[in-house]
Design a protein around this ligand. Structure first.
Ligand SMILES: Cc1ncc(C[n+]2csc(CCOP(=O)(O)OP(=O)(O)O)c2C)c(N)n1
Length: 721
């Protein structure tokens, strides 16, 4: 049947239409079953009135999707129309939530991974009675400033759990949400944390590579409360999915450790039965729901023509007739609206009962739960940072910044129990697992360290899901060069303003022998180009703990900590309470005293300002000495975070940049981005192409990222002035 259907989707569409026609002849009076439908525990498949009521409720989604896309003159009607039956059963009978409190921590999560079908979500939220999702928002679909952008954008207040659009991300976010649920349930008990994560995923979601990383991790961790409804319509943009795909998704999920089944996605009884079974499963569940894209549209339904364009007035009129939908555009008949509202009201008693259980919880535990769900940092953070700094001041360390990061984590993860760490199979290299941290596994969800496997993309997207879920600060590790494998998820974390922290070690040619495949060159610049992402590159152990503190305090966005493999000297000596990295760039070493140069002594009159980040700060410090030996005064400015620096007031920035005759920056990466600090007339010492395989000191010499090169560059510039 599958192959016939995929080869002849229109035939399949017609079959669905015929079945639909059987239900559309029921006269209006029989629809009075209304809200009673929402009360039943199982779908009364034998009850024609209840079935008709279901159809009318599902058709409300279809009508709103057709109308909104038509009015916007763009959008995707096919998925909302095809998946309307699935969504109706899920939202009216299974999902636990309360529109009156969209952020209720113990609500079930729903992720529309196929974000292009956004009108499905907007229609459902409107129908259920989410306060902010008024009909005016539906009418302003895809317009500037509306709550109904082209793809769903995370807004907890209006019930959108995550931003989706790049296919596959939502599914992987949901895995993170399901991990968060299991973890918090293990800590706070199932009376306080006990909810499901539902996903609606499309063919495209499951074709994307990230889906494999996500489902493999979910299966391994036995995330039994994760339920994926697959909108198995066999159509994508180019036509039948058979053009490019012949995977048996049910088998694929099964082999990843999931329970998986295939049903008719237009049969509410089958949908309900599959969901009932999924709720009993000891594994995550896939329900592949056979649907017809654009269900109801007479000529475009079942074809790619329904996917991503308005159906047109004639097709909409014909679809309305077929569906038995006579209400004008954007109008929902009162009986149907009431039935949806009744479904929306289902969760209120559960929420109130939960609030009572929370109130009855031990006071300390309750305070901790609330602190974590409100993203409040504990007061212990400052003390932990101070403690590490004092230790480093008493006994300075020449260590790699990745090792300094481990030292920081040893202290921070004790102070912040909400930190959940991990690594994409580079735990020993990334130094992200403090010795005392237990592993989170299917047998122990209370653990706090996740072995993500070699799955950088899935890891980064799951971290977004954990942050979105709340109660957790996810951090993890990989090599900086593999930030490319995480980039789509990091970009979404930045767009959504989610606090996730990526430890990315082996941050330059300084990693040495692994060679150019592993040596990031353009990555710092590429990451700095992402809006609302902070890229920290500390120069030593003291800056490392300071950058960690700043990343943790950045509640409104993600951070990357770029850390060295190789040892670096501790340049920051002596105890300094202030977090100097908070300024993004600061004068680390002033120009030498005036005795060695008539121009020396202050930022304004130094001959040379040397700017550097990370391991190259030590290069700049050595260059300063070489210049001093030649009677040239140079100051060193450490630049651990462009984003903090560029956000500082102009006068502050000008003071840090100074007025030396020559500005030179040194970083073992490409120049891109540095002009904002050194000016387009500044000199840059760094990389212009890929690295090479050799011991790292040889590489620094080979590529000229050395104190001598910095010195020569500065001298040449001074002579040219
Ligand atoms: C990562 C990514 N690549 C490409 C797209 C563009 N795109 C949007 S929907 C889609 C495929 C549509 O097929 P399917 O997922 O089956 O959705 P349906 O046609 O059933 O609505 C594509 C390629 C995207 N949104 N994300």
């Amino acid at each position: 049947m599958l192959s016939v259907r995929r080869l002849f989707p229109i035939t399949a569409a017609r079959q669905h239409e015929r079945r639909l026609a059987r239900f559309m002849t029921i006269p209006d009076g029989l629809h009075a079953a209304g809200a009673a439908l929402a009360q039943a525990s199982h779908f009364p498949s034998a009850d024609p009135a209840a079935r008709a009521e279901h159809d009318r409720m599902a058709n409300a989604i279809r009508a709103l999707a057709m109308d909104a896309v038509e009015q916007a003159k763009s959008g995707h009607p096919g998925l909302p129309m095809g998946a309307a039956d699935v969504a109706t059963v899920l939202f009216t009978r299974f999902l636990t939530f309360d529109p009156a409190d969209p952020a209720w921590p113990d609500r079930d999560r729903f992720v529309l991974s196929a974000g292009h079908g956004s009108m499905l979500l907007y229609a459902v939220l409107h129908l259920l009675g989410y306060e902010k999702m008024k009909i005016g928002e539906i009418k302003r679909f895809r317009q500037l400033g509306s709550l109904t952008p082209g793809h769903p954008e995370h807004r907890q207040a209006s019930g959108i759990e995550t931003t989706t659009g790049p296919l596959g991300q939502g599914l992987a976010n949901a895995v993170g949400m399901a991990i968060a649920e299991r973890h918090l349930a293990a800590l706070f008990g199932s009376a306080i944390v006990d909810h499901k994560t539902y996903v609606l995923a499309s063919d495209g979601d499951l074709m994307e590579g990230i889906s494999q990383e996500a489902i493999a991790l979910a299966g391994h961790l036995k995330l039994r409360k994760l339920i994926v409804l697959y909108d198995d319509n066999g159509i994508s943009i180019d036509g039948p999915t058979a053009l490019a795909d012949s995977v048996d998704q049910v088998q694929r999920f099964k082999s990843a450790g999931w329970a998986a089944t295939r049903i008719d996605g237009h049969d509410p009884a089958a949908i309900a039965a599959a969901l009932d079974a999924a709720l009993e499963s000891d594994r995550p569940s896939l329900v592949a729901c056979r649907t017809t894209i654009g269900f109801g549209a007479p000529t475009k339904g079942g074809t790619e023509k329904a996917h991503g364009a308005p159906l047109g007035a004639d097709e909409i009129a014909a679809a309305r007739a077929r569906l038995g939908w006579s209400a004008p555009a954007f109008e929902i008949p009162a009986s149907i609206r009431d039935a949806w509202r009744a479904a929306g009201a289902r969760g209120r008693p559960a929420r109130l009962a939960w609030a009572e259980r929370l109130a009855a919880l031990d006071a300390d535990k309750r305070a901790e739960f609330e602190r974590r769900t409100h993203s409040e940092l504990p007061s212990l953070l400052a003390a932990a940072v101070r403690d590490v700094k004092e230790k480093l001041s008493a006994s300075p360390k020449e260590i790699a910044t990745r090792v300094a990061s481990e030292m920081a984590l040893d202290a921070l993860t004790v102070a912040l129990p909400e930190m959940v760490g991990g690594s994409a199979d580079l735990t020993g290299s990334n130094n992200t697992r403090p010795k005392a941290m237990k592993v989170l596994s299917a047998g122990d969800y209370a653990g706090r360290f996740i072995h993500y496997g070699v799955r950088e993309h899935g890891m980064a997207a799951a971290m977004n899901g954990m942050a979105l879920h709340g109660g957790i600060i996810p951090y993890s590790g990989t090599f900086l060069v593999f930030s490319d494998y995480c980039r789509p998820a990091i970009r979404l974390a930045a767009l959504m303003g989610q606090r996730v922290i990526h430890v990315m070690t082996h941050d330059s040619i300084g990693l040495g022998e692994d060679g150019p495949t592993h040596q990031p060159v353009e990555h710092l610049a590429a990451l700095r180009a992402i809006p609302n992402l902070k890229v920290f590159r500390p120069c030593d152990a003291v800056e490392t703990i300071e950058c960690w503190q700043l990343a943790l305090e950045t509640t409104g966005g993600p951070s990357v900590l770029a850390l060295t493999r190789q040892n670096v000297p501790q340049i920051r000596q002596g105890f300094d309470e202030a977090n100097r990295c908070a300024r993004g760039a600061y004068e680390l070493i002033a120009a030498p005293s005036p005795s060695s140069s008539p121009r020396a002594g202050d930022a304004a009159s130094a001959d040379v300002s040397l700017f550097a980040s990370g391991s190259e700060v030590a290069v700049a410090v050595a260059a300063r000495e070489l210049l001093a030996a030649r009677g040239i005064s140079a100051r060193v400015v450490s630049v651990p975070c462009f984003e903090h620096f560029l956000a500082a007031p102009e006068a502050e920035r000008a003071a840090v940049i100074g007025k030396a005759r020559v500005n030179v920056a040194v970083e073992a990466g490409i120049r891109e981005g540095w002009d904002a600090i050194i000016g387009s007339d500044g000199a840059f010492v760094g990389m212009t192409g890929f690295g090479a395989s050799a011991p790292y000191k040889d590489l620094y010499r080979h590529f000229g990222v050395t104190p001598e090169k910095v010195t020569d560059t500065a001298l040449a510039r001074l002579q040219g002035r």
